[in-house]
Design a protein around this ligand. Structure first.
Ligand code: THG
Length: 290
């Protein structure tokens, strides 16, 4: 499992002001901590960055690469800023992300800078409705990328996971799509913004959802994830260090009726959380208590 650390992003108050003020220290401290926590790539999310995004992304890439050899995932919808970041980046960068509507401008960047790309399955009508629609968008995206010489190994497909509190059926669709991807496009990688799933959930409960859904996605072959680097339990799961919990999650996915009174508190939390994620229990903020 390849882990992309999500923490360097403009939504964070303290990072936002460090980016705006061009202060290296808070950014470099965060990146060092992400690397120490065990992530493989660092996502730099500067948002839409409409004004001066190019200069900002170039500065951010330089600032981050001064303290780590890890490759960077450049996260912005501003493709001028993207190019400025790619120009500065040493080694193989990951472009986060290119949707079908942006292929015409995005693919030349992948080629010219020998980068990898996240192919975001955002359709012409927005969020795909189900697994099949994701499959169709992916097939077309991969075809067009291959056509200009981008190899499957450099395409990381993101089926777009949304918040469980909004629509659990979309999480099921992502799982189903993941099980199709290997056949659809051998050699392609995959990724998911895992923390999206727990968006809108009380902060202290978010890791339960992120961890359980990661296990579920890994069962279907997910090869990478964009994650909170500072959830040590999540890192252990990604590194295959929680085999007992993984087995338990699989049993719940398979519909096994478990006797909760025979399980530890940790195990009960996983069981209840998976039941929410498969739609067996309706989501509410108090799902762990019922
Ligand atoms: N796919 C791809 N890229 C993505 C996403 C995706 N990039 C952005 C996002 N989704 C993944 N990254 C994050 C980063 C932070 C949070 C969620 C997803 C998050 N942050 C907390 C919050 O907003 O409440 C805390 C912010 C803070 O540090 O203060 O939830 O799906 N390809």
């Amino acid at each position: 499992m390849i882990l992309i650390g999500e923490n360097l992003n403009i939504m964070s108050q303290n990072i936002s002001s460090a980016l705006k003020g061009r202060e290296p220290k808070p950014i470099q401290d965060l990146v060092k901590a992400e690397v120490a926590a065990g992530v493989d790539l660092i996502d730099i999310n500067i948002g839409p960055a409409r004004k001066g995004g190019d200069e900002l992304m170039a500065w951010a890439v330089k600032t981050v690469q001064a303290v780590t050899d890890k490759p960077l995932s450049l996260d912005t919808t501003n493709l001028v800023a993207m190019e400025a970041g790619l120009k500065m980046h040493q080694g193989k960068a990951l472009i986060n992300s290119i949707s079908p509507a942006r292929l015409a401008v995005g693919l030349p960047l992948v080629k010219n800078y020998k980068a990898a790309m996240i192919g975001l399955l955002w359709g012409e009508e927005g969020m795909p409705r189900d697994a099949n629609e994701r499959g169709m968008i992916a097939a077309e995206l991969i075809y067009k990328a291959n056509e200009v010489g981008v190899a499957n190994e450099d395409i990381w497909i993101d089926p777009i996971a949304g918040p469980v509190s909004v629509d659990v059926s979309q999480l099921n669709a992502c799982l189903e799509f993941m099980s199709m991807l290997g056949e659809l496009a051998p050699g392609c990688k995959s990724t998911v913004g895992l923390s999206n799933v727990s968006n809108g959930t009380p902060t202290h409960l978010r890791p339960h959802l992120n961890r359980a859904y990661l296990i579920m996605l890994m069962r279907y072959g997910l090869t990478s994830a964009i994650v909170d680097a500072f959830d040590p339990e999540l890192i252990l799961i990604a590194r295959g260090q929680k085999p007992g919990i993984v087995d338990l999650v699989y049993r719940v996915m398979d519909g096994e009726k478990l006797d909760l009174s025979a399980l530890s508190e940790e195990e009960v939390a996983y069981v209840k959380t998976v039941r929410v994620l498969i739609g067996e229990t309706v989501y509410s903020h108090s799902w762990l208590e019922i």
